[in-house]
Write a protein that binds this ligand. Structure first.
Ligand SMILES: [Zn+2]
Ligand SMILES: [Zn+2]
Length: 573
């Protein structure tokens, strides 16, 4: 086990104690134990003071105090008390047998540990000496009983105090109060300077405009298809740091953007534990979400939101799309280039000697660069290509069709933009994608069903405790099963509508034709992909001799491209 690391002040005290007991028989040594508690009343008396009191107490009583062990108990569980775990084996083994503590509560605050300590006294001759209590003779039944009564008192005291603390935390959550701990990125406006310490005074719920701007930039870039690595490299280079003043890391970036606290509260009315309208609903609309981790409840926070729910969903999908290494169906867009990836299919025919000779290939075409020598140095050509073999060297396509990426992308973009500028198509898209009303309706039904489920669960408890017969219980159980199934269906529909909505945000095309044209030029490949994918099922590229072909785009640029050898398959809207 790793040795408990002592704070500097304790190292000093222990060095002095060790010198003082150097000539004393180790069998007479006493080990001190101090602990800082979660309990605020105890915290006032810091561990340093506790240690000093122990040294004085030992001197007064003539106890040869050899060393003090110290635990910081703020973390809670007994498993987190390494110093106690260090001293117990020492006194179990001997020759020193005595532990000095202020009182029983300082040593043990739950039954299991109390029991363990009691047994060490009964079976291994360990003794506990207290500054504020008498010693219990654990070799006698009466002594053990009295000791355990003290443990029980300590445990009970702790439980009521913990409960009070938890109640207070629940109340704070219901008001939408900001959690303690580190400052949340985007919030913590400096509202003044402490007159004595000179430290900044923060309003933890007020926004820091500069950081909100950074969050919005992160959102736009993620939705635009940039990878986490690209974005944080840029931020780190620009000196944009986290709330702790550190460099951004990949995982931390995604976690930050996807924090529920940033999302505008959209979960509707709810009541508190007492059945009254929850206090959090008095906070302004458009504020974020305060999650109460212990109960899983969500409240409207005291701080303004940064993102809408749709935006968060869209970011999650975009971040996930980047993380996904292999899509079972369609190839992944690499490095954000080749925005038609996953939309272009090979229309080639398998050759004579192939297993599928004469059939249409149908493989997804992949973006690649072809380098060849030109008159003025090497020429790089971006192409979509039917790949004959995949990375595992198994045959996956005819490998006989390729097309210039610039020409193909321009051709498809023109077709897509023209389609978006068609008022009929636009109207149909709007109707098809506005699921907000349906999502809200589903939310109401979910809440209603949850309420019914709670009521049935109560009835079940009643029936079990004797208020009903077996028949009642069977009916109730059937109802509960039915309600659970309904809830599952409702949630599934809501989830799927949410992700459709999210995709619509990803491919937000604006409301006027001019906006779309501008967006097409300004926005990234990821956006172009989503915008095209909303209208296009796929683009089939057929083999053709392009060297004889010519196509002029809307900018009067001439491409070596044959438009008759490309078939756009439109989605049914
Ligand atoms: Zn609430
Ligand atoms: Zn092919």
């Amino acid at each position: 086990m790793a040795r408990n690391t002592e704070p500097a002040w304790l190292v000093e005290i222990n060095a002095a104690l060790a010198t003082a007991v150097a000539d004393v028989d180790p069998a007479l040594w006493v080990y001190g134990y101090v602990r800082i508690s979660r309990d605020e009343k105890d915290r006032a008396e810091g561990v340093q003071l506790q240690a000093k009191n122990q040294v004085n107490h030992a001197a007064r009583k003539g106890l040869p105090l050899a060393r003090i062990f110290c635990d910081n108990d703020l973390s809670g569980a007994d498993a987190d008390r390494p110093a106690l775990r260090e001293v117990l084996p020492l006194v179990t083994r001997g020759p020193a047998k005595i532990v000095l503590a202020r009182d029983v509560a300082r040593l043990a605050r739950d039954y299991d540990l109390g029991n363990e300590l009691m047994k060490l006294g009964r079976d291994r001759g360990v003794r506990y000496v207290f500054m504020k209590d008498t010693e219990y003779d654990l070799t006698t039944g009466a002594g053990r009983k009295n000791f355990m009564v003290k443990v029980a008192e300590a445990a009970e005291y702790r439980e009521t105090n913990t409960e009070n603390l938890l109640d207070r935390m629940t109340e704070e959550a219901a008001k939408g109060v900001m959690q303690g701990g580190a400052r949340r990125y985007g919030y913590g406006k400096v509202v003044g300077i402490h007159p004595i310490t000179g430290a900044e005074i923060l309003d933890r719920c007020a926004v820091r405009e500069a950081e909100i701007k950074v969050l919005h930039e992160g959102r736009d870039r993620v939705l635009n298809g940039e990878s986490q690595t690209t974005i944080i490299s840029d931020w780190n280079a620009r000196g944009v740091t986290t709330s702790a003043g550190k460099m951004w890391r990949v995982g931390h970036f995604a976690e930050t953007l996807l924090m529920e606290a940033y999302v505008a509260y959209d979960l509707g009315e709810h009541t508190d534990a007492g059945g009254r309208r929850c206090e959090c609903l008095n906070n302004p609309e458009g504020n974020g979400i305060r999650v109460h981790e212990r109960t899983g409840t969500r409240h409207r926070a005291q701080w303004p939101a940064v993102f809408t729910r749709d935006e968060q969903d869209a970011m999650r999908i975009a971040l996930r799309a980047h993380r996904r290494e292999t899509d079972p169906d369609r190839p992944r867009q690499r490095h954000g280039e080749y925005w038609l990836t996953g939309l272009v299919e090979c229309g080639g025919i398998w050759p004579e000697q192939a297993e599928r000779a004469g059939q249409v290939c149908g493989a997804w075409m992949i973006g690649t660069v072809l380098e060849r020598k030109g008159k003025n140095g090497p020429i790089r050509q971006r192409r979509y290509k039917c790949q004959a073999k995949d990375s595992k060297k198994t045959v996956c396509g005819c490998g006989r069709v390729f097309r210039d990426a610039g020409a193909l992308e321009m051709f498809v973009a023109q077709a897509v933009i023209a389609e978006y500028e068609n008022p009929q198509i636009l109207a149909r898209l709007d109707r098809g994608n506005d699921h907000a009303a349906r999502i809200a309706q589903l939310q109401q039904r979910i809440e209603l069903t949850t309420g019914n489920l709670d009521a049935e669960a109560d009835r079940r408890t009643e029936a079990l405790s004797g208020g009903g017969d077996e028949y009642d219980l069977r009916v109730i159980d059937r109802t509960i099963t039915g309600l659970k199934a309904t809830l599952k269906t409702l949630r599934a529909e809501q989830d799927s509508l949410r992700s459709v909505q999210a995709l619509a945000v990803l491919a937000d095309i604006g409301s006027t034709p001019g906006e779309l044209r501008k967006a097409w030029a300004d926005k990234g490949p990821r956006w172009r992909h989503e915008a095209a994918a909303r209208l296009i099922e796929k683009v089939i590229v057929k083999p053709v001799n392009v060297y004889a072909a010519k196509w002029v785009d809307q900018n009067r640029k001439t491409w070596r491209f044959d438009e008759t050898a490309v078939e756009v398959v439109w989605r049914e809207l």
